[in-house]
Every structure is written in structure tokens, then in C-alpha cells.
Design a protein. Structure first.
Length: 483
């Protein structure tokens, strides 16, 4: 069922319920007021009749000889003809016997009416007889220690007909109001739900894969807010889809590049090995071939280990222990000195004493990769600076009102720099900013992504500042611990 149909049905139910309750209360009040008026008039009339009958009985009782049963018939005729119109009826009941009936059809089965509660001498009831309604009023008195009941009857059929007519009119008016209200509610619900239908169509298109579709609902109500949030969600999903597609593309590119990287040394290794197997070489040529096979094998081993470390570190914990920052720097310098000298690059190092927390071998891998990338981006005669300083953070709620210290390790070069577009992806897996330079330098785009994973496991932050043609500064912020 559509939402607008639910709105229509719900509103009609509420309107019908409200109208019925209000109508019932109004009809009930009108009926009560009308009947109260009719009852009061009938009781007043009965009082007058009772007074007349009692006065007439006094005249009879004061005579020397009287028969009350016989006299009541005459008294009844006299009172009925003088005080009650032809539409009314009168009955006199004495000693539980009817002694006078003004009309032959006057019922005599009126025990309920003539049964009076203790202390009550007047009673009334409404009865339906032959499709007509009558109001009976009875009053009781005592004559010669016997009950004298005066019963009057009034025809209230016209009053009941008016009430029933009012009820029929009310039903017709209510039906008309509900019909018009239903039409108006349906039109309004269509207008109100049209933006939802538009948003539903947009959602269906989005679910079918059209991530560029957007909702153009311009209302300022909750539907408009929902539309804005849908558009924000759509922007986010589209961006994530593009990012995933880009990631898939880079993975596919990596597989191709990595396959090529493996194929090149393997081709050389197989070629040199086949040459040594099938051709007689001099000792010098054999040593040259073996050296090439060894270097290409080590290159394959390095690439395999980096890929293994990258996958392993994502799912396994690392060992945390205290590390001397100065000793870590010296160990890194020992590892990178040969390749820097071979590239004729000047290297300067300055580290403040501090105690870090983490895995020394993994941190060493990070900074060797960073320095190696700086080497690849530099040319002979350039300089790389490797520094470590203690930085005091400002007081904040996060450090409980006490200044916190962080160790900043920076690798700076004056090489080719990194573009802004590449800076956003440089730490992503399988990404190579300059494929030809990376491949020529013996890499496969794994160094920085591995460094990023290691630093993430150390809860460390890394910041990159670079400009094309001016160089690059990479700062790693590590936690300090007590010595």
C-alpha cells in the first residue's frame, strides 16, 4: 500500500472517529434536553391532574354517603374533559384496580410504572406501542389507607421523529464532510508524498548503479533534509566507488608491474644460467654471470619480503620495547651509507637523545625506505638531512592538563619533489608516483605503503610536505617513554 493511501485511510479514520464521538455527544445532549423538557411538562401536567382528582375526592368524602370506586369514574371523566386534550390519556388506579381509563387502548400492564421505591411517590417511563412512543407519568397517594395511582400518558412520537430526523441529517452531513475531506486529504497527501516518490525513483536509479543521479527536492521540511542527506550519501558513495575502482586499477597495475619486475630478473637469471650450462666461459665471464644471477636473486628476495611484510603486519601484533633514538639513527645510517655514497649524495644526521617505544627493526625499515626514496628523487651532489628532535605538545584536555612530549624524526631532501595529486596517494598500496624512475631504481611501489602500515601499528603520525622541483620533507611523530 502506498504511503499516501495510508495517510488517507488514517486521516479518514481519525476524522470519522472524531466526528462520530462529537456527533454522539451532541445527539445525546440534544436528546437529554428534549426528553427532560418533555418529562418536566408531563410531570407538571400529572401534578395538576393529581391535585384536581384529590380535590374532587375530598368533596365526595365529605358527603354523608359515598362510594369511592363509583365516584372515581365520574371524577376521572370530569378531570379528563376539563384539563387534558384529546391527544392525552388518563387512568386512575385504586387499590391496585383500574377504576377509570380515558381510552380503551390504555394498557393496564403497568406494574413497573406503579411500583414506587421507598420514599418516592412519582414515577415515569417511555414505551413504544404500535410504532409510536408514549411517555407515562404516575403519581401515588393514599385514600382510606389504600393506594390511589394517577397515571397520565402523553404521545411523544413527534419528538422522537424529530430526533431521528436530526440523526439522519447528521449522518448525511457527516458522509458529505467525510467525502469532501477524503478528497482534500488525498490531494494534499499526493502533494506531500510527491517528493518522496521523486526520492524513491532517484534511489532506485542509484541502486541500479547510476551513482551520478541526485535528488532535486527543494523543500525545507524533513523530506528536503532527507533529500540533502541522500545527496551527501550519494556523493560519499560515489567517491568511495571511484576510490575502490582506482584501488582495483592500481592493484591490477601493480600485478602487471610486479609480474614485469619478476619477469625481468628471472629472464636474466635463466639466460645467464643457460649460458653457463651450454657455453664454456672464461673464469672472469663466469664470475660476472654469477654476480648478476646473485644480484637479481637478491632483488627478487627483497621484493618478496616487502610484499610479505606488508600483508603480515596488517593482521599480526608487533613487539613493543624501548628504543634509543640515537642508536636507532646510527643503525639506519650504517645501512644507508653505502648506497648514498654510491649515488654521491651528502647525508647529515642530528638526533637528540630520547627513548622511543616500538619495534626497532620495523622502524628501521620505515626510515630506510624514506631515505631510499629521497635518494631516488635526488641527483649526485644533493643533500639529505636526517634529524630527530623532542617536541613538547601544548596543554589540552587530551593530556590531562600536562604537556606531552613527542619525538619528531624528519627526512628532508632537495630533489624533484612530489605533485599535489601524488601526495594524496603516495602512501597507498601498489602506488608508484614515477613508474619509470621507481623501476629503474629497483623498486615496485611497496616501500612507502609498507612504511605507512608500520607507522599505523605504532600509533604514529606521518606528515608530508613537498613541492615540485624544490624537494620533500617527511616527518614521523613517535611516542616517547621514560628511560
Amino acid at each position: 500500500m502506498k504511503f499516501r493511501h495510508k495517510v488517507l485511510i488514517l486521516n479518514l479514520l481519525l476524522l470519522s472517529l472524531t466526528t462520530c464521538i462529537v456527533g454522539f455527544l451532541l445527539m445525546k445532549r440534544s436528546y437529554r434536553l428534549t426528553m427532560d423538557t418533555a418529562v418536566k411538562s408531563a410531570v407538571t401536567e400529572n401534578n395538576l391532574v393529581q391535585s384536581s382528582v384529590e380535590y374532587s375526592i375530598l368533596d365526595v368524602v365529605n358527603s354523608s354517603r359515598y362510594n369511592l370506586f363509583t365516584s372515581l369514574t365520574g371524577i376521572g371523566n370530569q378531570v379528563y374533559s376539563g384539563m387534558i386534550s384529546g391527544e392525552e390519556a388518563l387512568a386512575i388506579r385504586y387499590d391496585e384496580q383500574f377504576v377509570y381509563l380515558s381510552q380503551k387502548d390504555f394498557p393496564t400492564e403497568l406494574e413497573d410504572l406503579c411500583t414506587f421505591p421507598e420514599g418516592v411517590r412519582k414515577n415515569y417511563l417511555i414505551r413504544e406501542e404500535n410504532d409510536r412512543h408514549f411517555l407515562y407519568v404516575a403519581s401515588s397517594s393514599s385514600v382510606d389507607k389504600k393506594n390511589l395511582d394517577i397515571i397520565t400518558r402523553r404521545d411523544i412520537t413527534d419528538i422522537m421523529d424529530v430526533l431521528e430526523q436530526n440523526i439522519r441529517e447528521y449522518r448525511r452531513i457527516t458522509a458529505l464532510i467525510l467525502g469532501l475531506s477524503g478528497l482534500l486529504i488525498y490531494i494534499l497527501s499526493r502533494l506531500l508524498t510527491r517528493p518522496l516518490e521523486t526520492l524513491s525513483k532517484v534511489t532506485d536509479s542509484f541502486a541500479d548503479g547510476d551513482y551520478s543521479v541526485r535528488s532535486n527536492v527543494g523543500s525545507s521540511d524533513e523530506v528536503g533534509v532527507l533529500s540533502e542527506r541522500f545527496n551527501s550519501m550519494a556523493d560519499s558513495v560515489e567517491a568511495h566507488v571511484e576510490e575502490l575502482n582506482d584501488m582495483i586499477h592500481r592493484r591490477e597495475q601493480f600485478v602487471a608491474d610486479f609480474t614485469h619486475e619478476i619477469k625481468t630478473p628471472m629472464t636474466s637469471i635463466i639466460g645467464y644460467a643457460d649460458t653457463m650450462r651450454s657455453v664454456e666461459l672464461s673464469h672472469e665471464e663466469e664470475q660476472q654471470a654469477l654476480s648478476y644471477i646473485f644480484s637479481e636473486g637478491k632483488r627478487l628476495e627483497a621484493m618478496s619480503m616487502k610484499l610479505f611484510d606488508l600483508l603480515y603486519l596488517k593482521d599480526h601484533p608487533i613487539e613493543q620495547k624501548k628504543i634509543s633514538a640515537v642508536q636507532l639513527a646510527e643503525s639506519i645510517y650504517t645501512s644507508v651509507e653505502p648506497m648514498l655514497k654510491a649515488a654521491e649524495i651528502t647525508f647529515s644526521m642530528n638526533f637528540e637523545p630520547a627513548v622511543l617505544i616500538g619495534d626497532p627493526e620495523l622502524l628501521k625499515t620505515v626510515f630506510i625506505n624514506l631515505i631510499d626514496n629521497s635518494r631516488k628523487a635526488s641527483k649526485a651532489g644533493d643533500k639529505i638531512e636526517f634529524t630527530g628532535v623532542v617536541h613538547t605538545d601544548p596543554v589540552s584536555d587530551s593530556n590531562a592538563g600536562k604537556p606531552a612530549e613527542t619525538y619528531y624524526i624528519t627526512v628532508s631532501d632537495h630533489g624533484i619533489g612530489i605533485s599535489e595529486e601524488d601526495q594524496k596517494k603516495i602512501f597507498d598500496e601498489f602506488y608508484m608516483a614515477d613508474k619509470s624512475r621507481t623501476r629503474a631504481a629497483g623498486g615496485a611501489g611497496l616501500g612507502l605503503s609498507l612504511a605507512a602500515v608500520i607507522l599505523e601499528r605504532h600509533d604514529a603520525k606521518i606528515e608530508l610536505q613537498s613541492k615540485l622541483g624544490e624537494g620533500t620533507n617527511i616527518t614521523v611523530k613517535l611516542h616517547l617513554t621514560e628511560a
